[in-house]
Design a protein around this ligand. Structure first.
Ligand SMILES: *[C@@H]1O[C@H](CO)[C@@H](O)[C@H](O)[C@H]1NC(C)=O
Ligand SMILES: *[C@@H]1O[C@H](CO)[C@@H](O)[C@H](O)[C@H]1NC(C)=O
Ligand SMILES: *[C@@H]1O[C@H](CO)[C@@H](O)[C@H](O)[C@H]1NC(C)=O
Ligand SMILES: *[C@@H]1O[C@H](CO)[C@@H](O)[C@H](O)[C@H]1NC(C)=O
Ligand SMILES: *[C@@H]1O[C@H](CO)[C@@H](O)[C@H](O)[C@H]1NC(C)=O
Ligand SMILES: *[C@@H]1O[C@H](CO)[C@@H](O)[C@H](O)[C@H]1NC(C)=O
Length: 479
């Protein structure tokens, strides 16, 4: 089962980081008609791409545009969870645009049939999405290069922000790519980096707090303990009594246990990504620094029965922070729904991000190898398409970003995705910002009094760099 469980971390977690829309922000919702296929003339079809627009802060028609390059989800979720862009717009007197990524939210080229087969979903690629964004920027700038456009994005959206600056530098004056793992591809980054960072987050907490070490040790131990419990009737009863599983989800067969394990792996990833210093509700309602809250129950050495109990209490932090959850549902998140079909498909065309776990001392996950062949076979079985392993290296250059300029790569050290991020470069035109106390693209979120200093400082530096790009743009000579 090489890499399969970990694959779901990408599927769910990458996506789940923005699930609530309780927006404090207001905008007009607009559409632009874009070609279905930007790269050939074999097909004339077009579809409507949605974008959100607010020009209230702008002075005039030459004011800067802050352009969020939408990622794998409904664009309204990103508008609601990217407070920093709104704060920047106010301070820079800029237009705010949030552009939806094709095949997500309401931007479905074939409506409800968009994910039927490769005939429909074959146009779902990052290149096509970047071309959509370039089309929209062209329209917003009246077909002239007359006002600075700054791309912003987080996670996969951050990758798109970096790439649109690389591919369309004449359309985008600069990009803020937050928590953008553009190096999480084959042969760039070790496949166990994600597991390794997660393990260290659970082992050391926020401030390298060694009293947490038993947390990752207990998690590591739990796989075997649960596995052995699942093999006897008494053990199964212990698990089923402890965990309050929803009806019909009791662990009765090995597949149930595997599903539960995948769920746990996702929980560990999600808690780490959302390890923010304040309560938040976007992922699921979570307390401040949820990893520490989770680990509170797993700090001491415990025997096996205690481990089951402690794990149940710890999990409550994730799925029952409100105290109102009736039962633990570890299955429905995996049922295919239209909302996340898109990302699953993208991981089966170009977004091949190798994931594995060494199972060693610095890795609290079960040992899992990475096999491209197995991965590809699984994709083929599901979608009748096979990924191209070197696609992203060929298109975006891998480590060779020497020709890139005006990109800020920011990464938080509490974020497991930072392992595939750009944390160093010899390119002086690319800026690296490392946020020691930062989880997944915290810098894009609205300022909060509880933000650690490293987060507010990162935002200040980002704003200053963006200001300088805008100034340079207005001062440029046009031939
Ligand atoms: C744009 O945002 C500002 C500040 O939140 C708000 O006052 C204004 O009503 C918004 N404009 C539109 C068109 O929604
Ligand atoms: C594209 O549209 C034009 C007319 O607008 C039509 O003549 C042509 O056959 C179409 N091409 C394709 C490949 O559909
Ligand atoms: C698409 O599916 C949704 C949800 O199942 C449904 O509400 C909607 O009416 C469908 N749209 C069309 C055009 O069939
Ligand atoms: C990765 O590197 C190995 C060793 O150099 C090489 O054999 C393999 O073809 C590379 N894979 C890809 C997809 O580039
Ligand atoms: C961690 O576990 C070890 C035994 O494995 C135990 O000796 C130690 O006291 C535990 N640490 C804490 C903080 O409980
Ligand atoms: C959720 O928390 C409440 C209050 O602590 C508790 O009564 C309930 O059993 C918990 N739900 C589950 C599924 O554990």
């Amino acid at each position: 089962m090489g890499g399969n469980g970990k694959l779901s971390i990408i599927l769910i977690a990458f996506f789940a980081i923005f699930v609530s829309i309780s927006s404090a922000y207001h905008y007009e919702t607009k559409e632009i008609e874009v070609p279905l296929d930007h790269f050939s003339y074999a097909n004339n079809a077009t579809f409507k791409l949605r974008y959100l627009y607010n020009a209230t802060f702008a002075k005039n028609h030459l004011s800067p545009i802050l352009f969020y390059t939408g990622n794998e989800g409904d664009i309204e979720l990103f508008a609601a969870n990217t407070g920093f862009q709104w704060e920047l717009a106010s301070s820079l007197q800029a237009v705010v645009v949030f552009a939806e990524h094709r095949y997500y939210g309401k931007s479905l080229p074939f409506g409800n049939d968009s994910f039927k087969s490769a005939t429909q979903f074959g146009y779902l690629t990052a290149e096509q999405a970047l071309a959509d964004f370039a089309f929209l920027i062209d329209e917003l700038t009246d077909g002239e290069n007359n006002r600075p456009v700054i791309a912003l994005g987080g996670s996969y959206g951050g990758m798109l922000a970096a790439w649109i600056r690389m591919k369309y530098p004449h359309k985008v004056a600069g990009a803020l790519a937050a928590s953008a793992p553009i190096w999480q591809f084959t042969n760039l980054t070790k496949c166990n980096i994600f597991s390794k960072i997660l393990t260290s987050v659970y082992a050391t907490g926020i401030n390298n707090d060694q009293s947490n070490r038993n947390c990752s040790i207990n998690i590591k131990k739990s796989w075997e303990v649960f596995e052995s419990y699942s093999k006897t009737d008494k053990g199964k009863a212990t698990l089923n009594n402890a965990f309050h599983f929803c009806k019909g989800m009791e662990i009765t067969k090995p597949e149930d246990l595997q599903k539960f394990f995948e769920y746990l792996e996702d929980v560990y990833g999600n808690l780490a990504m959302a390890n923010y210093p304040y309560d938040n509700t976007f992922l699921s309602p979570l307390p401040a620094y949820p990893v520490a809250q989770f680990c509170m129950y797993l700090k001491t050495a415990v025997d096996n029965d205690d481990l089951v109990k402690s794990m149940q209490q710890a999990l409550n932090v994730y799925y029952n922070f409100t105290g109102k959850t009736k039962c633990l549902d570890y299955k429905s998140a995996y049922e295919p729904s239209m909302g996340d079909a898109g990302w699953d498909i993208q991981t089966c065309n170009e977004m091949v991000m190798p994931m594995c776990s060494s199972g060693g001392d610095d890795d609290m996950f079960r040992k899992k190898d990475w096999s491209f062949k197995e991965y590809s076979d699984k994709c083929f079985a599901k979608y009748q398409v096979r990924p191209r392993e070197r696609e992203m290296l060929i298109r975006y250059g891998g480590f060779n970003i020497e020709t890139a300029s005006n990109i800020i790569f920011s990464n938080g050290l509490l974020d497991p995705w930072s392992g595939g991020g750009v944390m160093r470069t010899s390119n002086k035109k690319v800026y690296i910002i490392i946020i020691p106390e930062g989880a997944h693209h915290i810098d894009l979120r609205a300022s909060n009094p509880k933000d650690p200093r490293s987060v507010s400082e990162a935002r200040t530096i980002e704003e200053n760099i963006i200001k300088s790009w805008i100034q340079n743009f207005y001062q440029r000579t046009v031939y």
